[in-house]
Design a protein around this ligand. Structure first.
Ligand code: ADA
Length: 576
């Protein structure tokens, strides 16, 4: 599945397929400082892996940590500049072209692109993927994160030739609901006055007649901005996810971007899509499956979205990392609201005070916004899930990441999910939407709590009190995580924790309380489907090595809670 943007005039080689693969555990130090001429060497035994894929999710290398070498030859039919576009690598990877280092990708889950010059003919592409945690090497992914750090080339990978005079991205911003949009078109290699043809068409799987065509003349590199009015515009919304394409054509290059016309804003404690109040309801979702690891095929993404729709959800929080562009394209088409966030999890004083961690957070967050900005489905940007936001050092980084996002995009709200409300939270004045993760009636009930679900009411009321001060009352409140674990198929008439009955009762009570409290304007339950997590000692707290709070199990089989949610979400959930 090819995700937007498209550059149809460029020669593009799809590198997905069967690659040579060799796995090394101890031979290579974790810092990846090796000479690819020597390792692998002639004694190396090569096997095969499929790309995209995770080498450690299933098959011969299940659960193994080390360096996986992916190798294949690539035939380039014309010398010149090329761009290697990789949807995502985890945990990090070094990329070699004919044995020469092209790039070190240390932004797990991020879509990256590397440009270089090459000659005509056959070349060797080698990607060394490291899946051992090493926070000095890759500070963004630490072993304590509550989701499995898979190793592999997770998403699409293509090699694309680069014309001398070329387009970068073209971001489209809705200026008003009558169809007024702004285009910020990036160009490079412009040497003389160049005409760019701009054509806007309603998007559909079959060709639609243009609704607007125009020529814009440019004479410089960089960003050229201009405004257009789409006649009889159809707005993007959950119920009618109308999309448009803009095709930009000049001599030597063409760019097709897809977008929707819609506004998203927050005021007086509410969230507005196209000027109307929305109250998003849905789930946190990990890109995770026992067979595919974090490299989900498009058909599975589609299935997840169809299940969510069948459960009357209109909202997905893509926890806790940048999403596959293919998934976001599907959300655009199906009308699913999305919170996209950069990679982080429970980061405390050490990373928060680490300069490299700070730099990489800024880099990946900026890249996320740049990559995903045209998706109308994204209504909220996020970062640093549950960082220790009671610490002053968290405040500095939260402020910096808010600025990073706003420097690229002021058209959407931004936030982080906090676990610190009523525990010294310091950062809520900085965000646009208050997002609270809380597990009353689950964590902390070990010491003879007879009726855990009775704690939900008090805790939600406490959260509401904390965020209803004069300073915070105008920021919408979303409960961004709440839930309880159940083992699929585990039933007991006593309805105790870990049973499907308890989980259903828990979620039903959460929804009852949300209905009673109009201050709450959105809900992302924790979580959609069970997902693999700690494999070592940490799994003592995570039966089977999975985070079992899914309303579905890891194979998307529904637990009792799923149907309860389907019924509740199909009716009136929010209090006003
Ligand atoms: C946190 C965290 C989630 C998950 C959850 C849980 O709030 O953000 O990723 O770990 O707790 O299951 O405990």
């Amino acid at each position: 599945m090819k995700a937007y943007p498209l550059y149809p005039q460029r020669r593009s080689i799809d590198l997905s397929g069967i690659w040579d693969f060799a796995f090394f555990k101890d031979a290579i130090p974790c810092d990846l400082e090796f000479d690819p001429e020597k390792i692998p060497d002639e004694k190396t035994v090569w096997t095969k892996q499929v790309v995209p894929g995770c080498f450690d999710a299933a098959g011969d290398y299940t659960g193994k940590r080390g360096v996986g070498f992916y190798r294949r030859s690539v035939y380039v039919d014309r010398a010149g500049r090329v761009s290697l576009k990789i949807g995502a690598i985890t945990i990090c990877g070094k990329i070699f072209w004919d044995g020469k280092l092209i790039a070190f990708d240390d932004l797990p889950y991020s879509g990256v692109a590397y440009e270089f010059e090459t000659t005509e003919g056959e070349h060797e592409l080698l990607i060394a993927v490291e899946n051992r945690y090493n926070t000095e090497l890759t500070p963004l992914f630490a072993p304590y994160y509550d989701f499995y750090g898979f190793g592999g080339i997770l998403r699409s990978i293509v090699l694309e030739n680069q014309p001398a005079q070329k387009f970068g991205r073209c971001t489209v911003t809705t200026l008003d609901l009558n169809g007024k949009i702004r285009l910020d078109m990036e160009l490079s290699g412009i040497v003389a006055k160049t005409d760019v043809n701009v054509c806007i068409q309603p998007y559909s799987a079959v060709r639609q007649a243009p609704v607007l065509e125009q020529t814009v003349t440019v004479d410089h590199d960089g960003v050229t901005s201009f405004e257009l009015n789409i006649p009889d515009v159809k707005l993007w919304s959950v119920k009618t996810p109308a999309l448009y394409t803009v095709t930009l054509k000049m001599s030597g290059d063409t760019l097709v971007e897809r977008f929707g016309v819609r506004t998203i804003e927050t005021k007086c404690g509410k969230i507005y899509l196209n000027g109307e109040v929305i109250q998003p309801r849905g789930y946190n979702r990990h890109e995770s499956h026992p067979e595919f690891g974090a490299a989900l095929p498009a058909a599975l993404m589609m299935e997840d979205l169809q299940i969510l729709k069948s459960m009357n959800c209109d909202f997905v929080r893509g926890c806790h990392y940048p999403q596959a562009q293919e998934f976001l394209d599907l959300c655009d088409e199906l009308g699913m609201l999305v919170w996209e966030e950069s990679l982080g999890w429970g980061n405390g004083p050490e990373p928060l005070n680490d300069e490299k961690f700070r730099r990489k957070q800024v880099e990946q967050t900026a890249l996320m916004v740049r990559n995903s900005r045209n998706h109308p489905c994204i209504i909220l940007w996020g970062f640093l899930n549950e960082c220790h936001s009671a610490l002053p050092e968290a405040r500095n980084l939260v402020a910096e990441l808010m600025q990073t996002i706003k420097a690229f995009d002021t058209s959407r709200p931004a936030t982080f999910a906090t676990m610190s409300i009523s525990y010294g939270e310091q950062c809520l004045d900085l965000v646009d939407v208050i997002c609270c993760n809380t597990y009353p009636g689950w964590y902390g009930t070990e010491l003879y709590c007879e009726e855990p679900t009775a704690l939900i009411k008090d805790r939600l009321e406490e959260v509401i009190r904390e965020v209803s001060t004069d300073e915070l009352k105008n920021k919408p409140l979303i409960i961004s995580e709440i839930g309880a674990a159940a083992l699929y198929g585990c039933h007991d008439r006593m309805r105790i924790p870990w049973t499907e009955e308890f989980q259903m009762d828990y979620i039903t009570e959460v929804c009852n309380q949300i209905s009673a409290h109009p201050r709450i304007q959105g809900l992302a339950l924790w979580h959609f489907a069970d997902a693999r997590t700690f494999s070592g000692g940490g799994s003592l707290n995570r039966a089977r090595g999975f985070n079992n709070k899914g309303s579905l199990d890891e194979y998307r089989r529904e637990k009792l809670a799923a149907d309860a949610v389907r019924k509740i979400f199909g009716g009136k959930l929010f209090g006003d």
